[in-house]
Ligand binder design. Sequence first.
Ligand code: PLP
Length: 436
Amino acid sequence: MGLQGPKTAEWYRRADAALVNGVSSGFRYWGPDDTFVIQRGDGAHVEDMDGNRYIDYQLGFGPVILGHAHPAVSSAVAEAAASGTTFAMTSAREVEAAELFKQAVTWVDRLRFTNTGTEATMHAIRLARAVTGRELMLKFEGSYHGAHDYVLFSTAGSPAGTMGSRRSPVPYQTSSGIPEAIRSLVRTLPFNDLDAVERLLARDGHRIACVLVEPVMGNFFGLMPHDGYLEGLRRLCDDHGVVLIFDEVKTGFRIALGGAQEWFGVTPDLATFAKSMGNGFPVAAVAGREHVVGAWADGGVMQAGTYSGNGLSAAATAATIRELLSGEPLAAVDRAGKALMEGIRGICAEKGVPTQVLGTPSMFGIFFGDEAPRDFRDAGGHDEELYSKVVMGMISRGVLPCDDAREPWFISAAHGDAEVEQSLTAFDEALGEALG
Ligand SMILES: Cc1ncc(COP(=O)(O)O)c(C=O)c1O
């Protein structure tokens, strides 16, 4: 295909000589001719090494909620950098960031910062195991919770037909290098099937420490939970003494200021946050009710991190949450997202392409198929080839969603009317071209 101009291609050659496949995260690799090398981002745009500018719907896989290089965040970080950033003590910036976090996510009693979503889900699972004294965990097919061993089962990269039957699913291991023993501690089920959870908990509830769920499937088209599903998970976890963990790494500070808990009105025991809370700076959190996070205070449950709560991340978090608390950024995200979702639905209807636009305005996916999927097992109903052609057509017109349809389009407060209009025009033309 060749998405690289001459300078980008040269930079990619340099990248590949030093970084394996030219990337620092496997998901960024699009192949030797299509992997981008970026020189800058501003607002809703990124610019490659040839100076080609794109309207960015990846936003670093979700975090850049205010837009790239947001002035309030950049200046807070610059100021923090000038006063030392990493101490063997708690810093004032860290305290302010945690207080602002609690102002935004009101159900949380206390939290601890980590650096990545991976670290956050790892600690959340350990906490749940520690407070329950149980070893098993349940996650859902098609969900991604980071790159550590316990969660790399039946993620969105699992090929069709590898997960057993719906009634008796088999966890599909999505990476080599994970000890066989780990698999025996993980249970996987299709999303949106409360009966399946009920059956599992009736049988094994006394051995299950936690149910770990992405309330909206942020790694599978932004698929929403059916009405009553999250409420049902809450009830079943209460009945069986299981810790309910919301993985809000993508939904937190994005679908609403208070994340999925605010949007759906269902409160977990514990939740993991990252991405939009720091507008792209490396920060995450494990946050929850005192009966769970209090286990850290009681002692004997390990949580630590040299860079956790560091000055740069704390400053970025405080500045981002201060902006979000005004309500304006998420209102802008909502406006742009709604216009895009409606525009895409209209264009597809006009061209006679059966399409489901799933998710919320801040984070939505385009499923080219007759019926909305209920869970990850319905992925085969999506026309991947058509989507791929449309994305390539859009990229050539300066609009950059992820080439993988499962990864939602992410909207920032910097996506205004002009970006929406250019994106819809590009979508319309690219779809027309793809249909031939
Ligand atoms: C829902 C969810 N949880 C956890 C993670 C892992 O976060 P990180 O990449 O910061 O380790 C991701 C990453 O995309 C995610 O989407």
